[in-house]
Design a protein around this ligand. Structure first.
Ligand code: NAD
Length: 337
């Protein structure tokens, strides 16, 4: 696959704008072109100043030139464009999504599927170097516009800065996945206040901080999706994980309460409560705990990231619009409700 950038003339730009039903803006439009052996061409308008009134300044157009079109050098590139058909569009085409903790595990799986479904994806992760690597990989693999920035999502200042950077890079945020988190094990009797506070800060406070950043724009645009990654342990509880389970149960209460507040703005808020899923987080848990856990799971095995991430696509898509304050539970039968 070859990549490159083309500058189109004003005439080409106007033709395209007419095709796509958008308003003409600047003198030229910049395109990022990904050419796949001349059969399929993805064009993504990167900049379109003066395009107020458009649903989005970014538009993805898939072009399948006919043989005749390909053989006719007299046609300009814009004249050869075929407007994107609905069935060709991804479920999240033209959406801007932020996935916190997207540099690893479940968050990575979600970011990958979102990019596949046509979203522009930002990864906000405390591991900035890895987040940038993943964003670059997704851009290459999926042809998606991506962005990454480092932030500790439990820190108010860092969250504000990171979300401002995302908006600047990709536009107003349509979809937020509050996924970043960690776990640890300890008995309550032996747990320090610091250990408790850190768990609540990273796994629960972060959900509030990140959500507060995206709500004003979602309310303005009358569309939004907030997806919180809780855990089946919020329902079940787990010995030595009271702090984790408290944070994850807090997410569920937050999810339902916010869902009441914002559905009138066409914003849905839901949670996904995965069962034990094979990720770096789970691999850090003591082996004895894991052995006991595996014996309890009716499916007889850990879940895979690929079995969790599609639920986040459903909740983010237009097809998921009737899920309001719901808890979805991909968990191998470990907790059946
Ligand atoms: N793996 C499981 O079995 C499982 C089950 C239920 C719920 N979950 C939840 O799913 C989410 C993702 O877990 P995972 O298993 O993919 O873990 P993971 O460790 O593979 O990934 C977590 C990501 O979050 C990032 N992160 C951690 N703390 C952060 C912070 N303070 N600020 C910003 N980024 C931070 C990490 O750098 C990492 O990239 C977590 O909220 C976890 O509690 C996981």
């Amino acid at each position: 696959m070859a990549t490159g950038e083309n500058l189109f003339s004003l005439q080409d730009a106007c033709n395209l704008v007419r095709y796509a039903g958008l308003r003409p803006g600047p003198d030229v439009l910049r395109f990022d072109c990904a050419l796949s052996y001349g059969l399929v061409e993805y064009l993504r308008i990167l900049e379109m100043p003066g395009s107020q009134g458009c649903a989005r300044a970014t538009l993805a157009v898939r072009r399948r030139p006919s043989n005749a079109a390909r053989q006719s050098p007299s046609l300009s590139p814009a004249e050869r464009l075929v407007p994107l058909r609905e069935e060709d569009m991804g479920k999240l085409s033209d959406r801007v999504a932020v996935v916190t903790g997207g540099a690893s595990g479940i968050g990575f799986g979600i970011a990958d599927l979102y990019a596949k479904e046509g979203a522009r994806v930002a990864i906000v992760d405390k591991n900035g170097a890895k987040a940038k690597q993943i964003a670059a990989r997704l851009a290459k693999k999926r042809g998606a516009k991506t962005f990454a920035t480092a932030a500790d999502v439990g820190d108010e200042k860092q969250v504000k800065k990171a979300f401002a950077q995302v908006v600047k890079a990709l536009g107003d945020i349509d979809i937020l996945v509050n996924n970043a988190g960690f776990d640890s094990t300890n008995l309550v009797a032996e747990m320090s206040t610091k250990e408790w506070d850190e768990m609540i800060r990273v796994n629960l406070r972060s959900v509030f901080l990140c959500t507060r950043e995206v709500l004003p724009a979602m309310q303005r645009q009358k569309w939004g999706r907030i997806i919180n990654i809780s855990s089946q342990l919020a329902h079940r509880g787990a010995e030595t994980m009271a702090h984790y389970c408290a944070a994850k149960a807090g997410i569920m209460g937050f999810t339902r309460s916010l869902a009441y507040e914002v559905i009138k703005h066409n914003i849905t808020v839901n949670s996904i409560n995965p069962g034990a899923t094979d990720t770096p987080l789970l691999r850090s848990i003591p082996k004895s705990w894991m052995k006991k856990k595996l014996a309890e799971i009716p499916a007889g095995r850990l879940g895979r990231v690929e079995e969790i991430a599609p639920t986040a696509v459903l909740l983010a898509s237009d097809e998921g619009s009737y899920y309001v304050g719901a808890s979805l539970n991909p968990n191998g039968g470990d907790y059946m409700i």
